[in-house]
Design a protein around this ligand. Structure first.
Ligand code: DP6
Length: 369
């Protein structure tokens, strides 16, 4: 077991303020890609400025990605100026979220008001798939902004600081986005047993990970591809008055602590218990908030039951997790790929909308293009 080091220097917001004055370019363009991630211990409940009520940990994905090009042109007017294009089409519906993001991050990237921006973005997964694009989208945009800051600054930024700043900014756009910059396992939220963990940024999981967990697959079963029934902002807010909130936050932190041993020893049975328990706890929170929601669909439950049956009959280590919706993430180690893929195609795909699912694997995070 790792030893907790209490002397670890705490990260502060101050570290992410710009260090030098800028030399403004007239115009330019940068591009970045960033993946989605799937939480094993869930973030559900926040306070202050996008700070999590409990620590969370996720597998970074590799196939479900956003690619963003951010072009900038010098302007003299005040305020923010930007246009957003999704797959080449102007997308005004994204503007309020980005406006809010810019307001939150302006003090950390003050060149935001000096330029008129064009944000051109595309996802490798279908927009209508019901997969949250906020984690990949916000982290890709944040990394672009850090790249621009580097272009304008006279002082070199270390790669580590650049990645941390991108995660810091991404968090202010969407909490889970802070976990997409790196991989394969990223922790976000201060946890007393995880050295270097912080409420401000996602950090790579720092301890031993058994080979049993080093090449996982995530097949995302698209059960319901419509608009989200409850936005995550509304969901997180419902945790403020939630009767079980305190216990839930303690449970998540406890689960993360248990995972430290699981990752070290390679205990897949315990991994399954924690990961499936987390998914069901997240949904239990929604079912017991005021107002309450049931985000699973009949097919979500059908799939869960089939996974349990398959595991019982075959001894497989396949398990599921859920986001705040009806889709099911099926997690399994790569040596089981053949058997589980067959099972998914034959037995689970019929419960997906139009039989659709996305095969993904654990990946390494965002990069500049
Ligand atoms: C259920 O990161 O989408 O996916 O910070 O309001 O943008 P905001 O919320 P968001 O919440 C994600 C919640 C979750 C669990 C998780 O990814 O940890």
């Amino acid at each position: 077991m790792p030893i907790f080091v209490s002397e670890f220097a705490e990260m502060t917001e101050h570290q992410f303020l710009p260090k030098t004055s800028y030399t403004f370019l007239e115009s330019g363009s940068v591009a970045a890609q960033s993946p989605s991630n799937i939480a094993l211990v869930k973030y559900w409940g926040k306070y202050g400025e996008q700070l999590p009520k409990n620590a969370s940990v996720s597998f970074t994905l590799s196939q479900c990605r956003t690619e963003t090009t951010l072009s900038f042109e010098r302007k003299q007017s005040e305020g923010f100026e930007f246009e957003v294009y999704l797959e080449g089409k102007k997308e005004d519906a994204f503007k309020p979220k980005i406006q809010k993001f810019f307001e939150r991050i302006e003090r950390y990237v003050p060149f935001l008001t000096a330029y008129s921006f064009t944000i051109e973005t595309k996802n490798t997964f279908p927009h209508s798939s019901g997969i949250a694009s906020s984690a990949s989208g916000m982290s890709a945009l944040a990394l672009c902004l850090v790249a621009i800051e580097q272009l304008l600054s006279s002082e070199e930024m270390t790669t580590q600081h650049g990645t941390e700043k991108a995660s810091f900014l991404a968090r202010l756009g969407s909490g889970s986005a802070s976990r997409s910059l790196q991989g394969p396992l990223v922790v976000w939220g201060k946890h007393s047993r995880i050295e270097g963990s912080s409420d401000l940024v996602g950090t790579p999981y720092p301890y031993a990970v058994h080979s049993n967990f080093q090449s996982y697959h995530d097949t995302i079963l698209l059960v319901d591809t419509g608009e989200k029934q409850v936005s995550s902002t509304v969901g997180h807010n419902l945790m403020h008055e939630h009767p079980f909130a305190t216990l839930r936050f303690a449970q998540a932190n406890e689960h993360l602590e248990q995972l430290i041993t699981v990752f070290e020893t390679g205990d897949r049975a315990q991994f399954i218990t924690i990961v499936e328990g987390e998914a069901l706890s997240l949904h239990a929170m929604m079912m017991t908030s005021n107002p309450y929601f049931v985000l699973m669909k009949p097919n979500t439950l059908e799939i869960i039951n089939r996974i349990w049956k398959f595991r019982k009959e075959t001894g497989s280590s396949v398990c599921f997790t859920l986001d705040a919706g009806a889709n099911v993430h099926v997690l399994y180690p790569s040596e089981e790929k053949e058997g589980v893929s067959k099972f998914i195609r034959k037995e689970l795909a019929p419960f997906c909308k139009d039989g659709a699912f996305i095969d993904d694997t654990v990946g390494t995070g965002a990069s500049l293009l």
